[in-house]
Design a protein around this ligand. Structure first.
Ligand code: 13P
Length: 257
């Protein structure tokens, strides 16, 4: 059976409420048309989640992803949002450890591990999308593999998954994000194989060699399909997902034979 391609549109801290609704409504017909081939999870900013959730009810192939969550389900943590709250709203996914949070909010591997542990301890299901990737300096020092391995190992330390629980890995090299210089699909294909191996090993080699691995970093409608052809399960896209024309073009090209 052909796999269903997974596309996450990360709208980051962009778009007003009106723009968010217009974009979500605007891409809905394309999502419906290609829904047998792909699933789109939209990641708007927190205040826009409910608007996107309301529109997403029109297709099971449009899902909603939060951009972050905290590592406790409730308590005196001003400004934070718990995984339980997101799941209750209807979010299906949540990004964990995006490089912009690692850089600007100083999120550490230990914090990221606590977020994953909190998510996997809950009864309701929300799927974490664990983001990993090396910086320019780490790449130049030839440390890309070591960094990805270390990030995955630290994030998954002590985590066990029940059979109903899922994990998505998004490999986003920091140097490729918003730079217009993506990793080549071939390079990504080799990385995806290694990442599946690391994840499988982190879970004691038990049945997780099939984890969903996405590529992110300067993906465009012209390049998106090549990451799937190279062995990825889909893409995590920032800039090119934030306009109707390029977002619908991404969906169409991802679904090309
Ligand atoms: P760009 O697609 O704008 O490079 O952003 C990638 C990203 O950070 C998605 O999470």
């Amino acid at each position: 059976m052909k796999k269903n391609i997974f596309f996450i549109a990360n709208w980051k801290m962009n778009l007003s409420a009106q723009q968010t609704r217009a974009l979500t409504n605007g891409i809905m017909p394309t999502v419906k048309k290609y829904g047998n081939l792909m699933t789109l999870a939209i990641a708007p900013s927190f205040p826009m989640l409910q608007d996107v959730l309301n529109i997403s009810r029109r297709s099971v192939r449009m899902q909603v992803c939060a951009q972050d969550c905290f590592w406790e389900q409730s308590g005196a943590y001003t400004g934070e949002v718990s995984p339980d709250m997101l799941a209750e709203m209807g979010c299906t996914h949540v990004l964990i450890g995006h490089s912009e949070r690692r850089i600007y909010l100083h999120e550490t591997d230990a914090m990221i591990q606590k977020k994953l542990a909190c998510i996997f301890a809950m009864k309701k299901n929300i799927i974490p999308v664990l983001c990993v990737g090396e910086t320019t300096r780490q790449k130049k020092a030839g440390r890309s593999e070591e960094i990805i391995h270390a990030q995955l190992t630290a994030a998954l330390a002590g985590i066990t998954l029940k059979s109903s629980q899922k994990l998505v890995i998004a490999y986003e090299p920091v140097w490729a994000i918003g730079s217009g210089i993506p990793m080549t699909p071939d390079e990504f294909g080799a990385c995806a194989v290694r990442i599946r191996g690391y994840v499988s090993r982190a879970f004691g080699g038990q049945g997780r060699a099939d984890s969903v691995v996405l590529y992110g970093g300067s993906v465009t409608p012209e390049t998106a399909r090549a990451y799937v052809s190279a062995g990825g399960d889909g893409v995590l896209v920032g800039g090119a997902s934030q306009r109707i024309d390029s977002c619908t073009a991404l969906i169409r090209t991802l679904c090309m034979k």
